[in-house]
Ligand binder design. Structure first.
Ligand code: NAD
Length: 463
């Protein structure tokens, strides 16, 4: 197999998983970041965030995986066949994606190319960050500007879009065993390079000790730039809408006396629907769904086009978070002086990521209503306390429950699913209310243990 020299700019969840995975399957990879503390920690084999299995994958790829500060971009770009851009694209003030990191990197790549000796083959610049349709063209222009700035002539490059679909918490698995690899480009050279680069993953021909499943070839989807960029947004918008859909149904279930867990099970068995992403509760959050839905709506606005379905998905989601507060108010009445435990703070289980985490908005709403908020999370407690002064972080779930009038299940970590309801009831103060924002607990067992259980659309919601 042909092995490439690869650069990856950005060592977050996506860049690091991509770099470690490509090194693991045989390529020589240098990951770059402008956060030098992060680079120093990576050089010691430590990742600066929580992602199960990623340190192990890095260790297994050690001989082929290096880390460097961004100031070494020119050197890395000079040697690389492929350069991935995997920097953050946070939500801008108007909802659109903030492309300033991508733009900065694109210009710097151009300056590196312009200042170097002529190349035998063009550098393939790959956008892995989630960027709005048209960004590949924008990147291409900025790389060109950088080349001009450096006074370079004939520095050749090609641009491709290769959106990422990994999920935090299972980034290693998703990088090695993806559902699909999508490449958008108008360059045959770029497509050939990326097809070869991904061959070990597409053919599942790399050695693996930890996944005994039969190897199934991964679809390699080739398309134009705009479609590749749109695939990413459409995928996330669909998943977010699916959750909002079941939340809409959950709200109706509460009115008519049905149990949304039963309904979702019955609906999800239809393989046209599928059972995943049909869990009702306090809605979606995180570093991707909210910003990607907002960016897609912002793109539509640029064309003066309306997106009623996406608007509704976002509105339903916002309402779900507010429902946590109204469910607390219904049983606690005034929240002033009440002690409320938040169980789980990260935006979902198996990650420490707090970006767009419902816990933060719920804590701030509770705080403004005079409640005292105690938070527990297996990995994100310390970071949450630093980020949100509204939350007093403790490091044991039962400690959070001690003396609490109410608890909200915000993130369904296994440990929180497995809470002992009797122990919880013995520690809590009347009315011992549990608002289960993820429908994760055993409702009947909780009631029997003396907790006042309220789920979302489950029939345990009426007093
Ligand atoms: P992240 O915030 O975890 O990491 C981004 C990294 O880029 C950081 O280490 C930061 O220091 C570095 N960086 C920023 N600007 C830089 C610059 N100018 N030069 C060098 N380094 C720079 O981000 P992430 O979660 O890995 O996401 C990266 C992109 O991938 C985003 O566009 C995101 O939407 C997309 N994405 C994320 C996920 C996910 O689950 N996190 C999944 C799919 C796609």
């Amino acid at each position: 197999m042909e092995h490439f020299s690869v650069g990856v700019v950005g060592t977050g969840y996506v860049g690091l998983a991509t770099g470690a995975c490509l090194a693991y399957v045989g390529h020589r990879v240098t990951c770059l970041d402008n956060d030098l503390e992060r680079v120093a920690s990576l050089r010691e084999g430590r990742i600066p965030f929580y992602e199960p299995g990623l340190e192990e994958l890095m260790a297994r790829s050690a001989g082929r995986l290096r880390f460097a500060g961004s100031e070494r971009l020119a050197e890395v770009a000079g040697e690389a066949d492929v350069l991935f851009v995997a920097v953050g694209t946070p939500q801008g003030g108007d909802g659109s994606a903030d492309l300033s990191n991508v733009a900065e990197v694109a210009r710097a790549i151009g300056r590196s190319l312009g200042g170097s000796t002529p190349r035998e083959f063009p550098l393939v610049v790959v956008n892995k960050s989630t960027v709005p349709v048209g960004s590949a063209y924008y990147v291409s222009t900025l790389v060109g500007d950088g080349i001009d700035e450096a006074g370079g002539e004939g520095a050749e490059f090609r641009v491709a879009s290769n959106p990422e679909f990994l999920r935090e918490g299972s980034a290693v698995h998703d990088s090695l065993f993806p559902d699909r690899v999508v490449v958008g480009t108008d360059s045959k050279e770029a497509l050939d390079v990326l097809r070869t680069l991904y061959t070990p993953i597409v053919e599942q021909s790399f050695p693996t000790e930890w996944d005994p499943r039969p190897k199934v070839a991964v679809p390699f989807v080739t398309t134009d730039l705009a479609s590749a960029e749109m695939i990413k947004y459409a995928a996330n918008a669909f998943l977010a809408t699916k959750i909002s859909f079941i939340n809409e149904v959950a709200n109706l279930c509460e009115l008519v006396g049905a149990d949304v867990s039963e309904v979702a099970y019955g609906v999800g068995l239809d393989d046209r629907v599928g059972s995943r992403f049909l869990s009702a509760g306090l809605g979606w959050g995180g570093s991707c769904f909210p910003k990607d839905v907002a960016a897609l709506r912002a793109t539509a606005r640029e064309y003066e086009h309306e997106t009623p379905l996406l608007d509704a998905a976002a509105a339903v989601n916002e309402r779900q978070r507010k429902q946590v507060i109204s469910k607390l108010q219904r049983d606690l009445h005034t929240l002033k002086g009440k002690r409320v435990a938040l169980l789980g703070l990260s935006f979902k289980p198996n990650t420490d990521d707090l970006r767009g985490a419902p816990s933060l908005t719920i804590a701030s709403a509770l705080n403004s209503l005079g409640a005292r908020v105690i938070g527990y999370d297996p990995v994100a407690g310390k970071a949450a306390a630093q980020l949100a002064p509204d939350i007093q972080a403790v490091f044991d779930p039962y400690e959070a429950l001690r003396g609490a009038h109410a608890a909200v299940v915000v993130t369904e970590w296994e440990e929180i699913r497995g809470l002992d309801p009797s122990r919880a009831a013995s520690l809590m103060r009347e009315p011992k209310l549990i608002v289960d924002g993820r429908n994760a607990l055993d409702a009947a067992a909780s009631q029997e243990a003396g907790l006042l259980y309220r789920g979302f659309g489950r029939g345990y919601d009426r007093g």
